[in-house]
Unconditional design. Structure first.
Length: 336
């Protein structure tokens, strides 16, 4: 079952594989996009803050650009909410109520751009609550407004969000048309970071559909873009996705080549959660190569980080991987 979590994660948009819809990628409270840093919006990691996605295929989902004016801000960032699930849900509902009021105010005042931005954030809140159809409905309403305004960046953002929901909801085939439609719009807006994030998510969709050549085609395109931008966050996320893809096709040797490149970038970014997730993936890769010593070493490193972070759920997943190290394909628990 999908596991919804709300940390400020970073992993790259691969969270595909089995339909584990953990969380929609972007921020629930609008702020000016900051794609240069890392993330997931531009790409994965903490810079743009996105909800963590956990799937059986460890991948990192990358949020794309959001044309969300900073005025749309009820004062709470859904992605930073912590605590018991019920408590988080109540707080998200409060944020939702504030955004609904803002949306009404902007509609009455005739400010279409701010209304669309509010709708985008409302959709993200519904996604965080697991109400996927409502999330899609809000994104489509935002898309309609941006189309009327001929706002290409806004259209692209809404399309990418719809694609994210379908992909994370377990319908990668339905996500692809929305992702594909957003690409030329991001190109028109000269938004290379967001375009690269979409390329990553298209790759994840094809990974879920078990289309190997397409998966690597889009990952290569995403990585080339991040390399041109010198965006280390995007590079790290995409390298992680390469590793996840090779793990998915049980090629531990190639997976390790990419994960070994991603690990120092994750460490440099200071994101311990992502660092541990990469170590977990490396443990799986070593296990598929029947290298128990290195597999256990990586799993143990990941376990200790999660223990330090007091993330008992992720620590338990790592322990499960360690217990079944001789049959990794049957029991592997990815941590993104």
């Amino acid at each position: 079952m999908p596991i919804w979590r709300f940390p400020t994660l970073v992993l790259v948009s691969i969270g595909i594989g089995s339909a584990y819809f953990a969380a929609a990628r972007n921020e629930a409270v609008a702020q000016e996009p900051q794609f240069s840093g890392g993330q997931v919006g531009g790409q994965v990691i903490d810079a743009q803050r996105r909800m963590e996605l956990r799937t059986t295929d460890s991948a990192v989902s990358m949020p794309t650009g959001r044309a969300s004016p900073s005025k749309v801000n009820p004062g709470v960032d859904v992605l930073t909410l912590s605590g018991p699930s019920e408590s988080r849900a109540r707080r998200i509902e409060k944020v939702l109520a504030s955004l609904d009021k803002l949306r009404t105010t902007y509609r009455v005042s005739g400010d279409g751009k701010l209304e669309a931005a509010a709708l985008l954030q409302i959709g993200t809140c519904y996604g965080a609550l697991g109400q996927m159809q409502k999330a899609i409905d809000q994104y489509k309403d935002a898309l309609s407004i941006w189309q009327q305004l001929k706002d290409s960046p806004g259209e692209a953002s809404a399309l990418a969000h719809i694609g994210d929901v379908y992909r994370l909801w377990g319908f990668p085939d339905r996500a692809l048309p929305f992702y594909e439609e957003s690409l030329p719009l991001y190109q028109l807006a000269n938004d290379s970071p967001s375009r690269a994030a979409v390329l990553n998510n298209i790759a994840l969709s094809y990974m879920a559909l078990r289309k190997k050549s397409k998966t690597f085609q889009y990952l290569r395109a995403a990585l080339a873009t991040y390399n041109d931008l010198k965006d280390e966050t995007g590079q790290a996320a995409t390298l992680c996705n390469f590793g996840s893809a090779y793990n998915a096709w049980h090629d531990g040797k190639r997976a390790l080549e990419y994960l070994a490149q991603a690990l120092p970038l994750m460490q440099a970014a200071g994101n311990r959660v992502n660092e541990a997730a990469v170590l977990n993936d490396m443990g799986f890769a070593y296990a598929t190569l029947h290298d128990r010593q290195n597999a256990l070493a990586r799993y143990q490193q990941a376990r200790m980080i999660f223990r330090e972070l007091k993330d008992s759920e992720s620590e338990s997943a790592v322990v499960r991987n360690m217990d079944h190290i001789d049959s990794p394909e049957k029991t592997y628990m990815a941590l993104r």
